[in-house]
Design a protein around this ligand. Structure first.
Ligand code: CP
Length: 354
């Protein structure tokens, strides 16, 4: 069975196929209205969400399927101390596919290890958010007509912004991509994303100025500073207003450049930018639903259900992970696992170097 835990669980061919189906759904929604009839999606959201949860639910309903689930940990038995793997074993009896968001890094992999149905990672802490990347890819494809030969500015909270980590992993597989990393020092990419860029030999530009590379960008991917992931209120206060995109900044940008944002926004894009035709972030939310429709059909197809396991395998077990936000440090009875990545040993669940 296949799961979607990291965007690299999908090959470039899989992504092409999902994009093509999503574009067909946009043209002829009726054709797909019974595609998931009799199937159930469970949305298990241990962390707040508007777009991801509702677009998954809308996607399943528009495919003729049904939805069950919860939107906060406090209304589930997690509030009584139930662990993720027990919850998943139970919900696998009630649903054909599960979309799960959890604040702990690696929770989606821990869930998939115990699941009898496909698991979709709808965000695991500051780690990954692969279905947001599906929305981002379709948006870039529909707006610019290609996924290669692009200069992509990633701006804001590159440290805790899980959508950035997944987008980098996806775009590294296309030719001719330049990444412009725009952040203050405190919010630079985590080491595992830096390593992914280095291993791939990607062209990377770095700056703390929103304006420096603006004329070169094809995509400007703005992000919210992720208040909920900071160790203290003071550390958040220091960087919370680091970038605010205004129409003034966009004067230097190409007419074809597109501004993306996974949303929610707080104040990092002025509302006066919304009417600029280059602002693609609300169109991006519709694309998220289309890609989630395509993904639900894909993961519940006979071909995906009978495929060999897509779970990553460990090279070593027992070495404890030093990341306090890793699932291996947050559930009892957990055996830590690690894999070799070039010269480094990484936690299988959260990717931190051991
Ligand atoms: N982009 C995104 O994940 O939004 P939500 O947190 O509202 O789901």
């Amino acid at each position: 069975m296949r799961h979607l835990l990291d965007v690299c669980d999908l090959s470039v061919e899989d992504l092409d196929k999902l994009i093509s189906v999503a574009e067909d759904i946009a043209k002829d929604k009726e054709k797909y209205s019974q595609a998931m009839r009799g199937k159930k999606l469970a949305t298990l959201f241990f962390e707040p969400s508007t777009r991801t949860r509702l677009s998954f639910e809308a996607a399943m309903l528009e495919l003729g399927g049904s939805v069950l689930g919860f939107s906060e940990a406090s209304s589930s038995s997690a509030a009584k101390g139930e662990c993720v793997s027990d919850t998943i074993r139970v919900v696998g009896n009630y649903a054909d596919v599960i979309a799960m968001r959890h604040p702990i890094e690696g929770a989606a992999l821990a869930a998939a290890e115990k699941s009898v149905v496909p698991i979709i990672n709808a965000g695991d802490g500051g780690h990954c958010h692969p279905t947001q990347t599906l929305a981002d890819l379709l948006t870039i494809h529909r707006e610019l007509g290609r996924l290669d030969r692009l200069t992509i500015g990633l701006c804001g909270d590159l440290l805790y912004g899980r959508t950035v980590h997944s987008l980098i992993n996806a775009m590294l597989r296309y030719d001719g991509i330049t990444f412009a990393l725009i952040s203050p020092h405190e919010l630079e990419l985590p080491p595992y994303s830096v390593k992914a860029l280095e291993n791939a030999g990607a062209r990377v530009l770095k700056t703390d100025s929103l304006d420096e590379f603006m004329p070169e960008l094809d995509v400007l991917y703005m992000t919210r500073v992720q208040r909920e992931r900071f160790p203290s209120a003071e550390s958040y206060e220091r960087v919370k207003d680091c970038y605010v995109l205004t129409p003034e900044h966009l004067k230097a940008a190409k007419p074809t450049m597109r501004v993306l944002h996974p949303l929610p926004r707080v104040n990092e894009i002025a509302k006066s930018v919304d009417d600029d035709p280059r602002a693609a972030y609300f169109r991006q939310t519709l694309n998220g639903k289309l890609m989630r429709m395509a993904l639900l059909m894909f993961l519940t197809s006979e071909e995906a259900l009978s495929a060999p396991s897509s779970l990553p395998t460990a090279d070593e077990t027992g070495a404890p992970c030093s990341n306090p936000k890793c699932i291996s440090n947050n559930e009892y009875g957990f055996v830590p696992k690690a894999r070799r990545d070039k010269n480094a040993l990484r936690c299988l669940y959260c990717e931190h170097e051991l």
